[in-house]
Write a protein that binds this ligand. Structure first.
Ligand code: TYD
Ligand code: MG
Length: 588
């Protein structure tokens, strides 16, 4: 029995290794140069090679070369330095060279990337069995789990490479803060994004685009990430009153240049400075970017690019992490902002952006319901600004358009008669760091044969709230059949929705509609008291931006929320359910 099990294990490792070999040998490079985008004219062959373009940089370089020949160089080193005006080469950012000498072994989980100094039977982070692989500094990928098994060749994973996203700045000295900020103003330092659309994106980014920043844009497939980035690329390339038009390089590993071109055509993008390039080889991409020196680089998506010297196929955890680290070094060295697209799958794909959130400077999520055309651009992490900002867009025929009155989004999805419909209340729930609005619907039907039916709300929670309403608020709802539903098939799993459930039931029972623009946040205790929930400030600032004008909250946080000075929204604090009924259902 034990032997049979051991065989199974051996089989498993052998298969895993052959898969690894197959995956690492797949990428094929197609030698294509970036294509300069021109409206209504696309060609699979380069329209103009970027290296022949009369861009200002190219001119500068050619002049420099002329001067070099005239002046002459004393040694080879100074010639090389002078011939490379940027002072660094793409090779420097692609991979750190491993130091010669003592080799160090590290065990890395193939599934989640967790590393250990010694072998364990299973990964201590993701608990998967047999996923720990041995890597040694400067050596080939060696045997799998169990400390034995067959050898497998592949690229080495050095410890320095594992930490390669740390910028190598051994020669850089510490600077005094006052020297660094002297003469820098935020407006001058940041790349401004002009226009209504640019302002909306710039606000979410913290007031424009920070040079040298690495920005990850996540979102479900088909939500509009490529569309958003193409529009961002176009406005950066077009420039503004403050900045001349400048090249922007848009790399797609998913679509051909013709496909991107036809989309841009549909979106009526007419810029001469937008360069399209379809490639997956990151080294090649960085070579092109280095030569073109664009104002911004866009990679769509991080799951499609790969580095030849890194183990695994494109989209695998190691590749994704290492490519992102390389792009971070590229961004920091060149001061070129880099946008990355990252897919989020419902199954929580390991190559999703969550893994990368630690590496990048800014994480934005593009969100929206499948059935709705509205899209929210939310900042989840921002090293250069607040994460409370929210951009609201609508997917139209010609790309994403800014929604100037966001309150319209939510209200338009409601029944137009909802002003006179009793039993509807809005709650704010959090999903991770994202906040959502949920509409709770209640129907109190006297003499119904069904006593209670809930949909999208936890039955036990609904029972508790109904019991508290009867006992503590004196609501005589026992003779009613009570139906609860959450609109759009969403589920309300947080206690923050208690107050909205109670308000919806009261509204239906009293046949008193809750006016538009009122939102409820709070938990209800058995004594009928209204309690606070985590991240109240974030929830309230989200609803304020979405155009709601009254927010019913627990009394204990009323003052601190009023101190936020959110002018658009009135904060109404309630100690208990009786106060809630008086505050909302009082005849004016
Ligand atoms: P896309 O940007 O390709 O999504 P992602 O990159 O996140 O996968 O957008 C795909 C959807 O957007 C697609 O369903 C069509 C729609 N769309 C429009 O409705 N209008 C437009 O102008 C564009 C470009 C796309
Ligand atoms: Mg896309």
């Amino acid at each position: 029995m034990l032997i049979a099990d051991m065989r199974c294990f051996r089989c498993f490792y052998t298969r895993a290794h052959s898969l690894l070999l197959l995956r690492s040998s797949t990428p094929v490079t197609i030698p294509i140069s970036p294509v300069r985008f021109r409206l209504r004219r696309f060609s699979s062959s380069p329209v103009t090679s970027v290296f022949d373009l009369p861009s200002s940089n190219q001119d500068a370089n050619s002049n420099k070369e002329d001067n070099e020949t005239k002046i002459g160089f004393s040694d080879e080193k100074s010639r090389k330095a002078a011939s490379n005006p940027r002072g660094w080469s793409p090779g420097e950012v692609v991979m750190n060279k491993s130091k010669k000498g003592k080799s160090k072994t590290v065990w890395v989980c193939e599934s989640c990337g967790h590393s250990e100094g010694q072998w364990w039977g299973s990964c201590r982070t993701c608990h998967k069995v047999g996923t720990m692989k041995r890597f040694s500094q400067g050596s080939e990928l060696s045997a799998g789990g169990g400390g034995g098994g067959s050898n497998c060749t592949g690229s080495g994973f050095s410890e320095s490479k594992g930490l390669s996203w740390l910028p190598e700045q051994t020669t850089v000295q510490p600077h005094r803060l006052t020297d660094v900020i002297h003469g820098i103003t935020q407006q001058q330092w940041r790349i401004s994004l002009p226009g209504l659309f640019g302002n909306e994106v710039g606000r979410v980014l913290g007031g424009g685009l920070a040079p040298g920043s690495l920005i990850l844009i996540g979102g479900d497939p088909g939500i509009g990430k490529s569309t958003l980035l193409l529009q961002i690329a176009a406005i950066i390339a077009e420039g503004s009153e403050l900045a001349e038009p400048a090249p922007v390089l848009y790399i797609s590993g998913e679509e051909s240049v013709e496909q991107i071109g036809s989309r841009a055509d549909r979106m009526r993008i007419q810029t001469e400075e937008l360069y399209l390039f379809s490639s997956s080889d990151l080294q090649d991409i960085l070579n092109k970017a280095h030569r073109l020196s664009p104002r911004a680089l866009i990679i769509d998506s991080i799951q499609t690019v790969y580095l030849k010297d890194v183990t695994g196929s494109a989209g695998g955890l190691t590749q994704v992490k290492e490519c992102t680290s390389t792009l971070l070094r590229f961004a920091k060295k060149s001061n070129i902002p880099v946008f990355l697209v990252g897919h989020v799958t419902k199954a929580g794909d390991i190559a999703g952006p969550r893994v990368l959130e630690h590496i990048v400077d800014v994480v934005l999520y593009l969100e929206g319901e499948e059935s709705s055309t509205y899209r929210l651009l939310r900042s989840v992490k921002n090293r250069f600004g607040s994460t409370d900002e929210l951009g609201v867009f609508e997917m139209a025929n010609s790309g994403l358009e800014v929604v100037s009155n966001p309150s319209g989004i939510y209200l338009s999805q409601q029944n137009p008669d909802s002003d006179v419909l009793a039993g509807l209340a809005v709650a704010v729930v959090m999903d991770g760091s994202r906040s959502f609005l949920i509409e709770v619907q209640a129907l109190c039907s006297p003499g119904s044969t069904v006593s209670r039916h809930v949909n999208g709300v936890q039955a036990s929670r609904a029972d508790m709230i109904i019991a508290v309403l009867m006992k503590q608020a004196g609501l005589r709802i026992q003779e009613n059949g009570i139906f609860l539903n959450v609109a759009n098939g969403m589920a309300l799993s947080e206690t923050a929705g208690d107050l909205a459930i109670a308000a919806a039931i009261c509204s239906s029972f009293l046949e008193f509609p809750i006016p538009h623009g009122v939102v409820f946040i709070g938990e209800i205790g058995l004594g009928g008291e209204v309690r606070t929930v985590p991240r109240m400030e974030k929830r309230v600032s989200t609803v304020a931006k979405l155009g709601f004008n009254k927010c019913v909250v627990p009394k204990s946080v009323e003052e601190s929320l009023k101190a936020l000075n959110l002018k658009e929204i009135e904060i109404i604090g309630c100690k208990n359910l009786k106060e809630l009924i008086n505050a909302v259902f009082r005849v004016q």
